[in-house]
Design a protein around this ligand. Structure first.
Ligand SMILES: [Zn+2]
Length: 182
């Protein structure tokens, strides 16, 4: 009956094509064949493609991909605008800012300072992924490098820290009833 839900998920190793079985999506595994790491971003990429496959004719859906999903996660609840206002880069509009920070976040997932939590059923109709910054200092450093023209004095760093804490507030720690600007 429901015994099927715990079946491992098979991914394809992006380096050699071998099948890598993962018990729970998001668990890190090394490819049994070439020993390279099957990253979370790779898993996400393949899961989104698989999720899309049976739904590709639906006019009400947008084809998801890794940047699309990650951007939606980190900009949710006005966090994107808040971060943009806080950093206030001189030569970058919000569209470009979003792209740059999204790429930074994707790198952060692979580097481990951002944590992507996978839903238990990634192929269900509305899978809920959660993105949490676990090392806000490394995130702030990354943002700083993207916008060298910004004067990184106290207020800017505080703005970044606040954006990040609001972000984790929207994720795992929301049970703490932090009713900060949501
Ligand atoms: Zn491999």
């Amino acid at each position: 009956m429901a015994a099927k839900t715990k079946a491992p998920i098979d991914f394809a190793c992006p380096h050699c094509g071998a099948t890598v079985s993962v018990e729970h999506a998001g668990d890190m595994r090394n490819c049994p064949s070439c020993k390279q790491k099957l990253t979370r971003v790779t898993q996400l990429d393949q899961l989104l493609a698989r999720w899309w496959e049976p739904r590709r004719w639906r006019a009400d859906l947008v084809k998801p991909n890794v940047p699309y999903l990650i951007e939606r996660l980190w900009t949710a609840n006005g966090q994107g605008e808040r971060l943009y206002t806080g950093v206030a880069p001189k030569y970058t509009n919000y569209d470009i800012f979003r792209n740059m920070v999204t790429r930074l976040m994707i790198r952060g997932i692979d580097e481990g300072w951002a944590e992507l939590t996978f839903p238990s059923e990634p192929l269900a109709e509305d899978p809920q992924y959660v993105l949490t910054i676990v090392d806000s200092e490394r995130f702030a450093e990354g943002v700083e490098k993207l916008f060298p023209e910004v004067d990184w004095d106290e207020p800017v760093s505080v703005a970044v820290a606040e954006a990040v804490s609001a972000e984790s507030g929207a994720g795992k720690k929301q049970k703490k009833a932090k009713s900060k600007k949501r």
